[in-house]
Design a protein around this ligand. Sequence first.
Ligand code: GLN
Length: 316
Amino acid sequence: MDSTPINENDQWSQKLPEWLAASKALCSEGTVASYIPELSKAPQSALGIHIMDQKGGGITAGDCGLSFTMQSISKVFTLLLALMDNGEKIVFDKVGMEPTGDNFNSMLKLELVQPGIPFNPLINAGAIVISSLIGGNGPEEKAERTLQFFRKLAHNDKLQVDLDVYRSEAESADLNRSMAYFLRDNGVLTGKVNDVLDVYFRHCSIQVRCEDLARMALVLAFDGRDPITGIRHIPRRYVQIAKTFMVTCGMYNASGEFAIDVGLPAKSGVAGGILTLVPGRYGIGVYGPALNPKGNSIAGVHLLETLSKELDWSLF
Ligand code: GLN
């Protein structure tokens, strides 16, 4: 693979608006998430993409100026922070490395399989345990360290928690609360459940645009080093771990299908974002809040599939 910067005159970058329009037509077949009530306000027909290269050049198409919350996309980066704070041993004593095949908010296997640790850090149970492992004195400091880490990776000091979404989730999180209590009873989660969940709800509610996701993804595409500034933010080994989880579990229980159809490490969130990357080349942020039955952006997945097929991006 070459690593030439995106040239605005490239034929494919000129075709992007056309591909985006074809994918956007699918939005009407999807559903905007509403189990966190505030998320239901998102515009069903929106679709935007930002593709960033190692020089910071990029191409965009569609509704990439809109803001949305990261939701589950944040789990990739809290995992990285927890690994940097604790090392692999402590983290993987408490969360596994395998896909579940269940919904992201399922607690089924916590009781079915011994030891009762979450299967992986990208399902809710695993991400809640990861939130408990983030370093800091108390929930405020942990949440603040997480926000600062995300700001650094996105190269954007303005990233903030969307407090409306945060409150909306906190008020409607019976399932996540029950899971956290269960994990505490299993001895996997230590500390106060409310404190851990507060950190979790806050990082899920960090507001971004496609460009922020693209920049964060670019750091992963270059193994933890921001190619634009040359600054290393994350050890290569931890990025390797995160990218592997993105391939095996990043698109919920459609991860296998996504690996076949698109073939790139990716993570989606229930607000409609997808973060993905072409290793050594591009960081990509997509937003399309209408979701398919598996909970991934219906138009976003379609657009990535088109790009991957047209440009031969699959790693496999
Ligand atoms: N905050 C959301 C939740 O806990 C994240 C889920 C998601 O994006 N899949 O349910």
